[in-house]
Design a protein around this ligand. Structure first.
Ligand SMILES: NC(=O)c1ccc[n+]([C@@H]2O[C@H](COP(=O)([O-])OP(=O)(O)OC[C@H]3O[C@@H](n4cnc5c(N)ncnc54)[C@H](OP(=O)(O)O)[C@@H]3O)[C@@H](O)[C@H]2O)c1
Length: 168
């Protein structure tokens, strides 16, 4: 079965974004994100795609929007969540991988949370101000199956814990 994986870095206050950007600078965490998503389909909201500013290389960038007339700018546009997931499933099969990576932002995390089979969460050791949030991770529904602590590297603003959750 294809895993539907939500990949997010979240603050202790569940913040994920501020003013269209990430609310922290965590270079080593971006490497972790790259390892998780490389050679896979990545599904994201149009605002997240615009915020990254370019298609993520070596991944199929599937961008959810209500406006198919907009320039695709190297991504594949999908008119809704269901269309995006269907495209991602086909792409995963073509690539011979068994997971679809959902990479935000909050609209897309909210909409796909009920479908998710795994969460790859970076718990950032900070509570920055923000305007976009990850949904609460209910411990009655989600079981933490692995955790790894990371002290801040030379180009990281904060330390963080990477954690994997699976549905109980
Ligand atoms: N910390 C993290 O892990 C992380 C990850 C990703 C993003 N972020 C942050 O999150 C923020 C962006 O998130 P966001 O929640 O504001 O925006 P978003 O989810 O990235 O994108 C929202 C857009 O997606 C489209 N959309 C949403 N639901 C749709 C649906 N059901 N059908 C069709 N289109 C739909 C719409 O695009 P149109 O307006 O084009 O119709 C909507 O404006 C930024 O600050 C970013 O840096 C953080």
């Amino acid at each position: 079965m294809t895993d539907i994986v939500l990949v997010a870095a979240i603050g202790e206050n569940n913040v994920i974004g501020r003013a269209g950007k990430l609310p922290w600078r965590l270079k080593s965490e971006l490497q972790h994100f790259k390892r998780l998503t490389l050679n896979r389909p990545v599904v994201m909201g149009r605002k997240t795609f615009d915020s990254i500013g370019r298609p993520l290389p070596d991944r199929t960038n599937i961008v959810v929007t209500r406006d198919l007339a907009r320039p695709a700018k190297g991504g594949v546009l999908a008119l809704g969540i269901d269309a995006a997931i269907a495209m991602a499933r086909k792409d995963a099969a073509l690539r011979g991988v068994d997971e679809i990576m959902i990479i935000g932002g909050s609209d897309i995390f909210e909409a796909t949370f009920p479908l998710a089979t795994r969460l790859e969460i970076t718990h950032v050791h900070a509570s920055p101000a923000g305007d976009t949030y990850f949904p609460p991770i209910d411990p009655q529904v989600w079981k933490s199956v692995s955790r790894s602590e990371h002290a801040p590297g030379p180009e990281d603003e904060y330390g963080y814990t990477t954690a994997v959750y699976r549905r109980r």
